[in-house]
Design a binder for this molecule. Structure first.
Ligand code: PXL
Length: 269
C-alpha cells in the first residue's frame, strides 16, 4: 500500500508532549510517511513558567531552497503551532512550491485556549492566521481560536448554538471545512463539523480532567485518519478516542501532557 507523504510544520518543544513530539509518533503509528519543517525550537512548551525559543524562519528558507532543487512534493500539509508571523508566509510558499496534485492543507491554528491567546502570541499573529486559513482545505480551531479569528467575544460554558454562530461567521472568511474541536454539550465533548454549509457532530463522554497537548494529539490523528479514509466523521471519532484513551492513562500529577504513548502502544499491539 502506498502511504501518503505529508509535511507537518510546527515547533519542536524539547520538554512537554505537544507539537512535533506528538505529531511524529502519532502520524507514524497511523502509517503516514511524515516529513517535518520545524518552525522553532523551544526549551519546553509555553505553559511552563519559563521557556526559550529559537525561531527557525531563516533556516526554514534554506531548507526550502534545497527542497525546490530536489523537486520534493507532498500529498498533504498539516500545520500546528508555528511560532511567528514570518512563518505564515513561508507556509504559503510551501503550499505553492511543494504540493502534489490534489494536496490537502489542514491547519490547526494552535494559538489559544480557554478564551486567551498562548503567551507568545498577539493580535498580529491572529491577523496573519486569518489570512493563512484562506488557503486551507480543513481548519481545526477550538472555540477560543474561532472567536479570535472571527472577531467574536469568547463565552465560557458556551452553548452549541453559540459555537455554531461563531463557525458561521468564520465560514465567511474561508472556504475551508471547519472542524471545531473541544465543543461541549451537557456532559459531552466533541467536534462540530461545518462542511457544505451543513453541521454534523461527534460527541463522546467528557472526562473530568483537562491536559495540555490534547489538541495536538487530536489534530495529528485526525489528519492521518482523514488522509486514509476521506471521512471527516470517522477522523473525528478515531482521533477523539485516542485523546480519551490518552487522558485515561495519565496520572493527574503528570504536568507535561498526556500519556498518549501508552494509548499508541495499544494501537500498535
Ligand atoms: O499544544 C500547543 C502548543 C504547541 N507548542 C507550544 C506551545 C503550545 C501551547 O501552549 O506552547 C510551544
Amino acid at each position: 500500500m502506498l502511504s501518503k507523504r505529508i509535511l507537518t510544520m510546527q515547533d519542536l518543544s524539547c520538554v512537554g508532549q505537544c507539537s512535533l513530539t506528538v505529531a511524529l509518533p502519532v502520524l507514524s503509528a497511523f502509517g503516514v510517511e511524515t516529513c517535518v519543517l520545524p518552525t522553532a525550537i523551544l526549551s519546553n512548551h509555553t505553559m511552563f513558567k519559563e521557556w526559550s525559543c529559537l525561531d527557525l524562519t531563516e533556516e526554514n528558507k534554506n531548507i526550502m531552497k534545497v527542497w525546490k532543487k530536489n523537486s520534493f512534493k507532498f500529498d498533504a500539509f498539516y500545520l500546528g503551532y508555528l511560532g511567528s508571523v514570518h512563518l505564515m508566509s513561508l507556509a504559503k510558499e510551501c503550499f505553492s512550491e511543494f504540493s502534489a496534485d490534489g494536496a490537502k492543507i489542514i491547519i490547526d491554528p494552535a494559538f489559544g485556549d480557554n478564551g486567551a491567546l498562548y503567551p507568545a502570541f498577539d493580535e498580529k499573529y491572529v491577523d496573519a492566521m486569518r489570512d493563512l486559513i484562506k488557503s486551507a482545505d480543513i481548519i481545526l480551531p477550538n472555540l477560543t481560536e474561532a472567536c479570535f479569528l472571527s472577531g467574536t467575544a469568547y463565552e465560557h460554558n458556551a452553548s452549541v448554538e453559540f459555537a455554531e454562530s461563531v463557525i458561521k461567521k468564520l465560514s465567511a472568511m474561508t472556504d475551508a471545512v471547519i472542524v471545531m474541536t473541544g465543543a461541549e454539550r451537557g456532559g459531552e465533548i466533541g467536534e462540530i463539523i461545518f462542511s457544505n454549509r451543513t453541521f454534523s457532530y461527534i460527541w463522546a463522554e467528557k472526562l473530568p480532567r483537562r491536559f495540555h497537548g490534547t489538541g495536538d494529539i487530536f489534530a495529528s490523528a485526525f489528519t492521518a485518519e482523514y488522509l486514509e479514509s476521506g471521512s471527516l466523521e470517522r477522523a473525528c471519532s478515531v482521533a477523539g478516542k485516542l485523546v480519551a484513551e490518552s487522558i485515561r492513562a495519565t496520572d493527574p500529577s503528570h504536568g507535561y501532557g498526556v500519556n498518549f504513548e501508552y494509548a499508541l502502544k495499544n494501537i500498535v499491539k
